[in-house]
Design a protein around this ligand. Sequence first.
Ligand code: AP5
Length: 210
Amino acid sequence: MKIILLAAPGAGKGTQAEKLSEHFSIPTISTGAILRKNIKDGTELGKIAAEYIHDGRLIPDDVMIGVVKDRLSQSDCENGFILDGFPRTIAQADALETAGIELDHVLSIEVPDETIITRLSGRLECSGCSTTYHKEYRPPKTEGVCDKCGAALTQRKDDKPETVKSRLETYHAETEPLLDYYSKKGKLRIAVGQEEISDTTKMVLKALEA
Ligand code: AP5
């Protein structure tokens, strides 16, 4: 099963990728998580990425295409994968096609911008294992502490209101055209995001079965 999750920032791609990864027993490749790890480790890629992420802009296509090709060539992707956050431009989608990667589904999770702004202002991320929480919708058992690994929960720097605004603008201008791109190829599946995470998972699984 090779799935792309295509949705606005904060629509719940990472949250649903976690559920799908368990359901289908395939890995999630999150380009955002790869970039944040590189920033944390101070790598050359991290130095390039930090500037773009801080401004809510996309990292240049040639850099991202190289990162994803490298990751997909690893053995754990042989039986399928979930791509969370790639492709984000037509050039990135073309690169997947040129590489001969046959996708099963491209899933769009539809959530209005106003809901996204509320969600991102309450999102918390584990500084250890990167598991995502929400102050209201998915609170940890102990405030400020990750249920899974016990590390501290922090707010992502790009979840500041002005950066979220810029990320949404970037999504509408550069990534949204991919909905039409994949619709024309007959790959697009749509799930309408729900208020409850578990209800969204039901919609996502239903959309993938359709
Ligand atoms: P990335 O990390 O991919 O960020 P994003 O796409 O902006 O998405 P998010 O991780 O913010 O949100 P999400 O959709 O995963 O939502 P989540 O599940 O956390 O990328 C970061 C940056 O890296 C980009 O801005 C760009 O600069 C760069 N980058 C990455 N990939 C790139 C590429 N291919 N090319 C170029 N640049 C690239 O959910 C959000 C919150 O809502 C959580 O708190 C969650 O608990 C809560 N929530 C989720 N679902 C629900 C629900 N149904 N009800 C209530 N709450 C919910």
